[in-house]
Design a protein around this ligand. Structure first.
Ligand SMILES: Cc1cc2nc3c(=O)[nH]c(=O)nc-3n(C[C@H](O)[C@H](O)[C@H](O)COP(=O)(O)O)c2cc1C
Length: 179
């Protein structure tokens, strides 16, 4: 099973990206979690250019299409979804790549409720399948990172493991029978 992890932050030291990187390390052996690193390379969405073969957009669509599910972890900016993430989603609206795709929404802050709710609403509008059992808030933002990093915080590790477990279960039941 292949999951695509998407961070809504472009910052090198992003806590949202760090959570996704840890999720990738904690994933069971038969589950690969790949981080999509190209959000910042996508041009601004323009409906006039939707049919154009823009390499970064083609790659983004293909990565979403070939993933069994998406793990999204995003900060909130001014009570909204960061523009780069919303822009990436806008490039998918006209296609079928995200339709019925299971999505786990992770949130690094209990205070960032507006962006989380808005993201869930956007994804549902795009006919993605947000999996509530796998979507959770891990209150790590604003706290000093433990010396050994997030991986040494037992609550974070347990939360991510539980989210992945539920997500794999929900994603497997959503897959068409193999063979
Ligand atoms: C421009 C800007 C606007 C922000 N607005 C909010 C906000 O409305 N609500 C909130 O909870 N945090 C807000 N924050 C705090 C970010 O969510 C926080 O810094 C987060 O850790 C950034 O994620 P990252 O570490 O993954 O880059 C804002 C930060 C920035 C830079």
């Amino acid at each position: 099973m292949k999951l695509l992890a998407i961070s809504g932050s472009l910052r090198a030291a992003s806590i949202n990206t760090a959570l996704l990187e840890l999720a990738a390390r904690l994933a069971p052996a038969d589950v690969s979690v790949e981080l999509f690193a190209g959000l910042g390379d996508l041009p601004h969405f323009n409906a006039d250019r939707e049919a154009e073969p823009i390499p970064s957009v083609l790659e983004w669509r293909e990565r979403v299409r070939t993933a069994d599910g998406l793990l999204i972890c995003s900060p909130e900016y001014a009570h909204g979804v960061p523009g780069s993430l919303k822009n990436a989603l806008d490039w998918l609206v006209g296609g079928v790549e995200i339709v019925d795709k299971p999505v786990a929404l992770l949130n690094a802050s209990p205070y960032s409720t507006h962006a989380h709710a808005s993201l869930a609403e956007t994804l549902r509008t795009m006919s993605a399948r947000v999996v509530p059992e796998a979507s959770l808030t891990l209150p790590v933002r604003g706290k000093p990172l433990p010396t050994g990093g997030l991986a040494t915080d037992p609550a974070v590790v347990a939360g991510l493991r539980a989210s992945l477990h539920e997500f794999v279960r929900a994603t497997q039941t959503a897959r068409p029978p193999q063979g």
